[in-house]
Write a protein that binds this ligand. Sequence first.
Ligand SMILES: Nc1nc2c(ncn2[C@@H]2O[C@H](COP(=O)(O)OP(=O)(O)O)[C@@H](O)[C@H]2O)c(=O)[nH]1
Ligand SMILES: [Mg+2]
Length: 239
Amino acid sequence: MIDVERRPTLRLVVPTLREAHGIEAFLAALLPVARALGAEVVVVDDRSEDGTADLARAAVARLGAADLARVVVRAGPRGLSASVLEGWAGATAPLLGVMDADLSHPPDLLPRLVEEVEAGADVAIASRYVPGGGVEGWPLRRRVVSRAASLLGRTVVTARDPLSGFFVLRREVIEGVALRPRGWKIALEVLARGRVARVAQVPFVFRDRAWGRSKFGPRAVVDFLAHLARLHADRLRRR
Ligand SMILES: Nc1nc2c(ncn2[C@@H]2O[C@H](COP(=O)(O)OP(=O)(O)O)[C@@H](O)[C@H]2O)c(=O)[nH]1
Ligand SMILES: [Mg+2]
């Protein structure tokens, strides 16, 4: 059970879809960091058929972290951004965050992101595309798509890696803001529609997953382009 007496500093959401293979190793790395930060962790699983949710619950129990972490299984249509918003809903923590479950996002970087927001940033993004950052293990095709999508994303926001799936924000940035993300890119939606004045960009090296398979595919690209088009259209309408 989550300790309701003590308000967490951060609610970190971890969206999962078919991560049975590595969810234990991930939680073993993350939970000590989360505990040190006073964060709560919500794993939001999209009805993975491979037992991810049960394995995650067992890992939380085995790691003695039932007071700070829980696992939610979603109903309804699958969706990465929708999972993140569902995980953030009802949070009382002053900070919200998100990261992937496959260790591509190093848990050790989480305290840096929190520090940046506590020091005054509205959003702190772990960024592959600022000096010191990078990507390891991706084939050329995936690198090119990611770079191109980031450049397109920068037509609506200024951050260099607006498609990063690892970031922390002040809860007020999105409180009362109607977010309508489509597909994968929740950071883009938060940056484009949220009350964001200061963005901190913390470099990190994204390492391709060590197990399992990426869910990235043509569908994610189509969703991204539709999402981007909607952000542009809404911006024109507001003018
Ligand atoms: N809840 C939920 N999580 C998802 C979905 N698609 C991907 N994920 C999770 O989102 C994170 C990033 O997905 P991944 O396949 O690793 O994408 P990549 O790192 O860009 O190749 C991982 O933790 C996945 O388990 C989805 O539809 N719903
Ligand atoms: Mg991944």
